[in-house]
Design a protein around this ligand. Structure first.
Ligand code: ACM
Length: 534
């Protein structure tokens, strides 16, 4: 019996090596071959799945085909090969030769109609796996799905033995919402380009397509502006707790944009105004109504700073900042903040937004603002980011809903659901709790389409998971707060509402744990999730 099992194992390895389907052996040997991940066990849940047919097993003769070639598709293929080579030990050459065997990344073709700019179709059978899409973004998202269909060990950096199997069947998938964002606050604590890239890689795995960078706040100004150099050199010189802070040069910022774009994320830069501006006010005395620069600030209070609304210098400053930022930013949107302007009178707030929104348009961009913008006059095409929570008053909600009825579109980031910096429970060592504790189920279990009662469903552009960094200063901190909640917000943004089901989701989520272990991602092993034993 032992010999038979050994023989079957050898056959399996040989079959894998030939790149053909491993025929499941009868009886005892079956236990040696873990079942391939079913096609529907993916996060975010795919829009449509048909299981069936033979599995594909990657082997040392597997090639990655990009029929006819295409710069972007070949780049995606190369990155897939680079990802899988260390663990599989296979060469995985990328070729532009057509063929149906191996992994095929196919751009265009009749089967891709109706998938939109980000959708893809994945077909798996005995000879191979084909991912087709109308646009490269769809191929990239399909590759993220393929990663999750392979064993978690595929993410490891050292060679492993495994049957690298992909279950048979077809996935046809495209997103529910166009905007699926994550925000990183690089102001309260500064994060290096390398740390931001690491987070981008993690976001891309879950088909997040916007990276909102909160680039300025009371504690730090993090982006070089040539016409106002002290913003970065002085305003960026500290952070919460008084550490050295930091800022991005223009080249740093462009490198973040390039890295994000290669993973199909658009960077949305935020300059928060007219409040949350102490770092700017400390850097340039003339920006203050009294002409005196306040000291740098390293605490965690909010609402105490304001640009000087009546002063001409304020608009020279904003114009220069937006002009330089727009010139560096390929994305359509600039985020102008607008939250917690508690030291700006209402009339001044409205005046300020009436003057600043046209400057965004002047540089060819569209406005995103926190939802307080709806208390002013949101410009045509402006988007309001809702960050209210269960204690947000009816008047404030009604104001947002009324704006949505008048055409302002919404990004939903309810603080008691989508804020990744809220503690999971009372024992969470990091994070804040002003919006309450946000467990994994609470974070996942809501519907963006009906969340704001009365807002037209079509006004919802999407969702975003903000991560504020008052208490966070390392990548491990970021990951502990983002995982496992970020994938839930990503699923709300991507998956059709009919797939929404906590009991189903928590099982799919649990299967991500071994992937995060393989990738070295720190995460909170929430008792709400049935993680496999380590
Ligand atoms: C915010 O949390 N102040 C947008």
């Amino acid at each position: 019996m032992r010999r038979r099992r050994l023989l079957f194992s050898l056959l399996l390895v040989a079959a894998a090596g030939l790149g053909t389907a491993a025929v499941p052996p009868p009886g005892a040997a079956r236990a040696a071959t873990p079942a391939a991940t079913p096609l529907d066990q993916v996060v975010p849940a795919p829009a449509s799945v048909h299981e069936g047919g033979d599995a594909y097993t990657l082997g040392d003769r597997t090639r990655i085909r990009v029929p006819g070639g295409s710069g972007e598709a070949e780049r995606i293929a190369s990155s897939l090969a680079g990802l899988l080579r260390p663990a599989t030990g296979f060469d995985l050459p990328v070729t532009t030769e057509d063929g149906r065997d191996g992994i095929v990344l196919r751009l265009g073709g009749s089967g891709t109609r109706g998938l939109g700019g980000e959708g893809y179709r994945l077909t798996s059978g005995a000879r191979g796996v084909t991912i087709s899409a109308a646009r490269p973004a769809g191929l990239f998202h399909g590759v993220q799905t393929l990663r999750q269909l392979l064993p978690a060990d595929a993410e490891r950096q050292r060679a492993r033995r495994a049957p690298w199997r992909v279950a048979g069947g077809t996935i046809a998938d495209s997103p529910r919402y166009a905007y699926r964002g994550a925000m990183l606050d690089v102001s309260r604590h500064f994060f290096t380009v390398g740390q931001v890239k690491r987070y981008i890689d993690q976001l891309a795995m879950y088909k997040i397509n916007k990276l909102h960078l909160h680039l300025s706040d009371d504690q730090g100004w993090r982006i070089a502006i040539a016409s106002w150099p002290r913003l970065a050199s002085y305003g960026g010189s500290t952070q919460v707790g008084g550490g050295p802070g930091g800022s991005y040069t223009k080249d740093d910022y462009r490198e973040i944009i390039r890295y994000a774009a290669a993973r199909y994320l658009t960077v949305v830069p935020e300059i928060d105004m007219p409040g949350h501006t102490n770092a700017a006010l400390a850097s340039y005395a003339p920006l203050n109504c009294n002409g005196q620069a306040p000291p740098l600030y390293t605490g965690t209070s909010v609402g105490f700073s304001s640009l000087c609304v009546p002063k001409k210098e304020t608009y020279d400053f904003v114009d220069d900042v937006l002009r330089e930022l727009a010139a560096m930013t390929p994305g359509r949107a600039l985020h102008i903040g607008g939250d917690e302007a508690h030291s700006t009178s209402h009339d001044d707030y409205v005046t300020f937004m009436d003057k600043v929104q046209p400057l965004v348009a002047k540089y060819g961009k569209s406005v995103i603002g926190w939802h307080q913008l709806t208390g002013a006059h949101p410009a045509k095409g402006a988007v309001a980011q809702y960050w209210g929570y269960d204690k947000t008053g009816t008047a404030e909600r009604t104001q947002v809903v009324d704006a949505a009825r008048r055409g302002t579109r919404l990004i939903l980031s309810p603080a008691d659901r989508a804020y990744l910096d809220m503690k999971y429970d009372k024992n969470t060592p990091l994070g804040l709790s002003w919006a309450g504790y946000v467990g994994v189920q609470r974070s996942y279990d809501w519907d963006p389409g009906s969340y704001l009662d009365g807002a037209p469903a079509g006004s919802v552009l999407g969702v975003e998971a903000p991560l504020w960094s008052e208490t966070l200063s390392t990548s491990a901190h970021i990951e502990y707060m983002a995982f496992p909640r970020l994938p839930g917000i990503a699923e709300l943004g991507w998956s059709p509402a009919r797939t929404h089901d906590w009991d189903d989701y928590k099982v799919r989520l649990a299967a991500q744990g071994p992937r995060w272990d393989a990738l070295g991602i720190d995460y909170f092993r929430s008792p709400e999730v049935p993680w496999p034993a380590r």
